[in-house]
Design a protein around this ligand. Structure first.
Ligand SMILES: Nc1ncnc2c1ncn2[C@@H]1O[C@H](COP(=O)(O)OP(=O)(O)OP(=O)(O)O)[C@@H](O)[C@H]1O
Length: 236
């Protein structure tokens, strides 16, 4: 169980994340949505340890994460992908996966995830030669190689067409049935988020304005005012 208690991050005068309290259970798929600048990526950076929070506390399976650096959190099973992809382009696909496999806790799921994410015939290619959608899928398999307790995906469907997004949704549904990792997904594609997630947390100006099942979120007036009205076209 990932628990955030009153997590706050300020950059100078900007309250990027403001008193966020939430928990994500093992096996749960949680969506994190909100307008640009709402604080979503900052929150993922705070959980993964790339940034240090200004106030609050973070727990994973009841153990504090606060004092741990990013690589120590990764070793505990906090895995993530990035909005701007970060694979090693001159290493092969297999080597990219192995880097995570050997620095983490060892993951049996990886052998099955490689074909599920369409990478079986790409293992010996340089990662730099992959198409964009394949790179995104490689990042997810690499994160799975850490045998995560928490898997955080920052805009995994960005830049994908509708078919690729649907295939990604199916693969992530496969992950949830083959792993008890908590999954936290940021994306602006609401159709993708709504179909994938058990529960959705909505951030606006750093603070949680709503949390609930997808059907509750779409009916919440504050969410509609802050976000849904603005992104209707992208959600369609
Ligand atoms: N390193 C930083 N220094 C100063 N301000 C920052 C920094 N990182 C983020 N911010 C500010 O914090 C706020 C939250 O940004 P963040 O990138 O977390 O939003 P987001 O919800 O992920 O947005 P998007 O959907 O555009 O990715 C914004 O006002 C942003 O300008």
């Amino acid at each position: 169980m990932l628990e955030l208690n009153g997590i706050t991050k300020t950059f100078g005068g900007i309250h990027a994340v403001e008193d966020v309290t939430m928990s994500v259970a093992p096996g749960e798929v949680r969506g994190l949505i909100g307008p640009n600048g709402a604080g979503k990526t900052t929150l993922v950076n705070l959980i993964s340890g790339l940034l240090t929070h200004s106030a609050g506390s973070l727990l994973l399976d009841s153990e504090p994460l606060d004092h741990l650096r990013a690589h120590e959190r990764a070793a505990r099973g906090v895995a993530r992908t990035f909005q701007n992809l970060r694979v090693f382009p001159s290493l092969s696909v297999a080597q990219n996966i192995d880097v995570a496999r050997y620095s983490g806790r060892g993951a049996e799921i990886v052998e099955a995830a490689i074909p599920e994410f369409g990478l079986s015939d790409k293992l010996n290619q340089n990662a730099g030669s992959l198409a964009y959608g394949q790179l995104r899928r490689l990042e997810i398999v690499r994160a799975l190689a850490l045998n995560p307790r928490v898997l955080m995906l920052d805009e995994p469907a960005a830049g994908m067409n509708e078919q690729e997004t649907e295939a990604l949704g199916r693969s992530l549904t496969w992950v949830r049935t083959h792993s008890d990792s908590a999954i936290l997904v940021i994306d602006h594609d609401l159709k993708f988020i709504m179909s994938l997630c058990d529960k959705i947390t909505v951030l606006n100006m750093g603070a949680i304005i709503a949390e609930g099942a997808p059907e509750e979120i779409t009916k919440n007036q504050e969410v509609i005012d802050a976000y849904l009205g603005e992104t209707d076209e992208r959600a369609a």
